[in-house]
Design a protein around this ligand. Sequence first.
Ligand code: ADP
Length: 588
Amino acid sequence: MLRSRFLWQLVGALGAILLVSTLVFGSLATTQIQTDARNTIRESLRTQAAILRQLLLPSLLQEVPISREALEQTTGGANNRITLIDAKGLVLADNREAPEAMDNHLTRPEVVQAMATGFGSSERYSHTVNQNLFYVALRVDGDEGKVLGFVRVAVPLESVERQLAALRNQILLSGTIIAAIFLVVGFLLARQFTIPITRMTEGASRISRGDYDFRLPEGRSDEIGQLAVALNELARGTQERIKALTSSRNQLAAILSGLTEGVIAVDLDQTILHINDSARAMLHLSQREIVNRQLGDVVRVEEIVQAVDTCLAELITTNSTVKVDAKTLDVSVVLLRNQDWTSAAGAIVVLQDITEMLRLEQVRSDFVANASHELKTPISAIRGFVETILDDANMPEEVLQRFIKRIRSQSARLDQIVKDLIHLSRFDTHAREMSVSQIDLAFLIRKVHADKSEDAIDAGVMLELDIIDKEVEVAGEQEALYQMLSNLVDNAIKYTQADGVVRVRLRTLSRMAVIEVEDTGIGIAEDEQQRIFERFYRVDRARSREQGGTGLGLSIVKHIAQSHRGSVMVTSQVNKGSVFTVRLPLSS
Ligand code: ADP
């Protein structure tokens, strides 16, 4: 509090005023008192002189010197110095000095004045008595205005001056005491004002430093109270605005970080203002400090930096496709406008990972090409047979029969492909709502086993069941799950040579139903193992076709497993056999 400059300014100003006023008042009062004292002395000496004039008139008329004793006698032993001077300035009598030793007094100022006006006074050092004296002289007039002489009375100024000095000291002392009292009171009063002002200043600076929770004490009804209310309002308003800004900024940041698209905002100098998590991931930017760095220093993909250059230089939106490692990114760079939308403030880079989209597009077009090809083969064959039959009216009966059988087998194949395609589209993960029920997997597997046992016998393969856990229920579609198991068992029988074994096993493992279809067949090479789930993919096209395969069976299995929130995988060794494992979540 005592460090308040304002307080010391107030106290300083007050002190200066008090000092000046004490000095002015003291000197005025002293001067006035001095003047009054002199007037009083002058008047009293004048009265004395008037009395003495009466007493000494006879001596003047006689114009003879009077001895000191005679004068003492006449004046009754007065304290003051009394001098009687004749009209020519000759000292006739003096109660302090012998008249003969004294020079002519006609030139003394008081005498000169008295000669002119009848009365004179003066203040000076007397060499006769060696003192500062205050003199008055009164002219003594005789008959017909004749000047007879002068009565002069003098008093030493020493005592008067002593009294005046004492008075001056008293004035000075009391002035100082009063000034000190005023100063203390003034200090206390000033503090009364400066304490709240200092508090206000501290509060305002805390608020300006960002401490918006701080509130100044309110309650005073004066201007200081109003100032506190206004400052509190300011803090409250700022706090609310900052809260609103922060929340909208956080919202924006959350939206940006939630986007699957990568977003980078840069200013006109290509300094990064914002980068979201997706953009970091797409561009493999793991370092933490990216904001406020140059785009070119951080992003090493030349095409992106160039696209930003072009956008900012030509003020246009650019679109391009960029390869970053194995990924393909669609890069759009749009201008970032300033607030009033009049000029560019920077650019926003929007990155979209289109790798998966491109892959799906490829899969789709491959599928269409494959499907057309697969359908075209039996159709061409049928057409060829039919045309041959039509062209050759004399075709021998046995050849005709063989052709007709080939037409039948090709149309059966066509039928199988179309059925599989229909299945595939039905079991496509997102294609439709499933009609779900509780499925007893042990029961379903037994049914598949029973239905496929004849095929197994035909192929000379042993089809075995191994139901480890009996009560295994999953939520799903009976028809779809049957189709899935049937496809796996079909494949196992198809790709296993005679005397081989196919085993279907059911068990549970950590809240999952696990179905394994294991065979001792031809096996699948490592690099083929993931591809066999693709549509129309076959390891050995001719063999598959010979076996009546369409290349769609495993992709149907994959779709069904996935649509039941499960998975399928394969482990296999060429010429040893394969194990297809399907995992489905148990119904709780
Ligand atoms: P396909 O109709 O040709 O059997 P799938 O989609 O069912 O079509 O299987 C794709 C390919 O995976 C098959 O062509 C075959 O090469 C291979 N395959 C599937 N199951 C087995 C298995 N149990 N043993 C060996 N290879 C298999």
